[in-house]
Design a protein around this ligand. Structure first.
Ligand SMILES: Nc1nc2c(ncn2[C@@H]2O[C@H](COP(=O)(O)OP(=O)(O)O)[C@@H](O)[C@H]2O)c(=O)[nH]1
Ligand SMILES: [Mg+2]
Length: 199
């Protein structure tokens, strides 16, 4: 069985790094130098996608697909989300984190709704080392139903164990969504307005 996991998030949030850190194959990446401008911390940017594979054993694998962070490449977001069975949203810790989270979660919910689908989402907060970081981010506001509350975990995209831990949460949610197909559950929760937190 193969599962496509889409990595979304702003430029510099760690998508390319996270995929390269855990991939069992040499990653395909599409890094190019900025034409102009760009953050000082980062000389290149992803223009199409990152692609890695995490082998789960017995022929099962996660295909890890990183989206470009820049909004001008948002046509790639739609293509990757069309194929995704789950989504990881990476957010760079800091004062802009909630706005980034709202924006990218909002995009995921919107594009999934347009496809009539809903998939498990996990949020990873990167760049949290050696800092007292407030992880009290709210992942519920971005979905119109206000019931979806994707789990939020700190992650170091440079450390294999940390990214694997994040992906274990993703696969656990995938297993649940196979047994209880999430679009149906999502619709039911939205209609019922039940006070149930769906993760
Ligand atoms: N300290 C720290 N640096 C990170 C982390 N994740 C990524 N980086 C660094 O941040 C920079 C941008 O990461 P990159 O993967 O290119 O971000 P992308 O634009 O989302 O693909 C790189 O120099 C990474 O080494 C993290 O969790 N902690
Ligand atoms: Mg990248």
């Amino acid at each position: 069985m193969e599962w496509n996991i889409a990595f979304m998030g702003a430029v510099g949030s760690g998508k390319t790094t996270a995929i390269a850190t855990v991939s069992d194959i040499d990653c395909l990446d599409t890094e190019v130098a900025y034409y102009e401008g760009g953050p000082q911390s980062k000389p290149t940017t992803t223009v199409a996608l990152d692609m890695g594979v995490l082998e789960l054993g017995q022929g099962d694998r996660l295909r890890l697909q990183g989206a470009p962070g820049q909004q001008r490449f948002d046509y790639m977001w739609e293509i990757l989300l069309l194929q995704a069975q789950a989504v990881v949203v990476l957010v760079h810790a800091g004062p802009q984190a909630q706005a980034e989270l709202d924006f990218y979660l909002g995009q995921v919910h919107q594009l999934m709704a347009a496809q009539g689908r809903s998939v498990p989402i996990v949020v990873g907060v990167t760049h949290v080392q050696n800092r007292a970081v407030d992880l009290h981010l709210d992942s519920a506001a971005a979905c119109p139903c206000h019931q979806c509350r994707p789990p939020i975990l700190p992650v170091d995209a440079r450390e294999r164990a940390s990214v694997v831990q994040l992906l274990q949460v993703v696969t656990a949610l995938l297993e649940v969504s196979v047994r209880q197909p999430e679009p149906a559950l999502h619709r039911w929760l939205g209609q019922a307005g039940a006070g149930v937190v769906m993760q």
